[in-house]
Ligand binder design. Structure first.
Ligand SMILES: *Cc1c(COP(=O)(O)O)cnc(C)c1O
Length: 373
């Protein structure tokens, strides 16, 4: 047993109960063997990069790194409020939406309290719950999609929070807004419903809504959003949440006083204003998401219909055709997809919609993979 795993070494400080039971989050890999051009399609990053105006704003901020940022993220909250028609006092900003998810959990979940998420839900929920000493409760999905009935069946007197990624990562599926409303209507008033809408901008469905309306009219719903995906600012770590006033107040009490850095804020504001860049990113996805789905299905593989900027590809368990072997084969060509065994999907790989070049190379590589003896 490694010293790290020994829970009872008496001669050094010990983390709280449960901390060492958490499996560290493993991000999408980014490397291949040397000499091969790498296409990173493992973390749902945009192939278009950020808005040039966001990059310029970021560079400008470099002239005054000696100054503390505005701890209230005022200008950013105002810009978000203006863009979406929201009350800025109910917006909370964070170092990635991951931080908002953690803050919500540590504010509302204590030791022994339960938090619900779905079978293939985003891994950060479990991590945040365990870190808070909470008990993760998994609600079964139906057809790789969250199921309102099974979530509701898991609610007990101990339930404090329900996480719903809508659309979900890594499945790419979503719940229509009617279903989200039905979920909310049947939750006890003391349970906080967290709608993680990291991919909301990509969704092209009339029956979808990120959840703003529910947050606006209820005390127990929060919507989280990110600048990491369509805005292309993942490296800056910037996310936000829209919350009832009392929830925003609780989060403002426990967050770090300067939890969002200045260059990230100014880049975020510029990005919100660059609507042309956003439209370009959406057009790109609208074209290549269906193209990749169709091409990959034509190879005899199953693809879960996705409304995000990524696809879940299912491989057969046959030797020579497995997800694991496909992963190795694609990596050899510099095509880095995401293995999703940690999400309970060992026979799948998740593919981020990439540049035209990357997308075409993936299809060619999968064709060769399926054709090899
Ligand atoms: C990428 C992603 C996020 C965003 O995380 P950040 O911390 O904002 O980078 C949140 N939720 C889901 C489901 C995601 O896939």
């Amino acid at each position: 047993m490694s010293v790290l795993a020994n829970p009872s070494s008496p001669d050094r400080p010990q983390p709280r109960a449960g901390v060492m039971a958490i499996d560290p989050y493993v991000p999408g890999k980014s490397g291949a063997k040397t000499g091969v051009k790498v296409y990173k399609l493992s973390s749902n990053e945009t192939p278009l990069g950020p808005s040039p105006q966001a990059v310029a704003a970021y560079k400008n901020a470099a002239d005054h790194l000696e100054l503390y940022p505005d701890g209230g993220s005022t200008a950013l909250r105002d810009a978000i409020g203006q863009k979406y028609g929201l009350d800025p006092s109910r917006i909370i900003c964070g170092s990635g939406s991951d931080e908002i998810l953690s803050l919500l959990t540590s504010a509302y979940v204590g030791p022994g309290d339960e938090g619900i998420y779905t079978t293939h839900g985003f891994l950060v929920y479990k991590l945040a719950l365990l870190a808070a000493g909470g008990v993760p409760v998994v609600a079964e999905e139906k057809n790789l999609t969250a199921c309102v009935n099974t979530i509701l069946a898991k609610v007990t007197a101990k339930t404090k929070i329900v996480f719903l990624a809508n659309p979900n990562n890594p499945t790419g599926t979503y719940l229509p807004f009617d279903e989200v409303k039905r979920l909310h209507q049947n939750l006890p008033a003391h349970v906080l419903l967290v709608l993680d809408a990291a991919y909301a901008e990509y969704v092209r469905r009339n029956d979808y809504a990120a959840g703003i309306e529910l947050v606006a009219t209820n005390e127990n719903v929060v919507m989280t959003r990110t600048f990491s995906k369509i805005h292309g600012l993942a490296m800056l770590r910037l996310g936000w949440g829209y919350a009832p006033a009392a929830v925003a107040d609780a989060l403002n009490r426990i967050r770090g006083p300067f939890n969002v850095n200045g260059p990230a804020m100014t880049a975020g504001i510029a990005s919100l204003q660059d609507e042309a860049h956003m439209a370009k990113a959406l057009d790109h996805n609208d074209h290549w998401l269906p193209w990749l789905t169709k091409e990959i299905e034509a190879l005899g593989l199953t693809v879960t219909p996705s409304v995000g900027n990524f696809l879940l590809i299912h491989f057969p368990q046959t030797k020579g055709r497995s997800a694991k072997e496909a992963d190795a084969f694609l990596t050899e060509r510099g095509l880095i997809l995401r293995a999703v065994g940690a999400y309970g999907l060992p026979d799948c790989l998740r593919l981020t919609i990439g540049s035209e070049e990357a997308n075409r190379l993936v299809v060619t590589a999968l064709k060769d993979f399926m054709a090899r003896a």
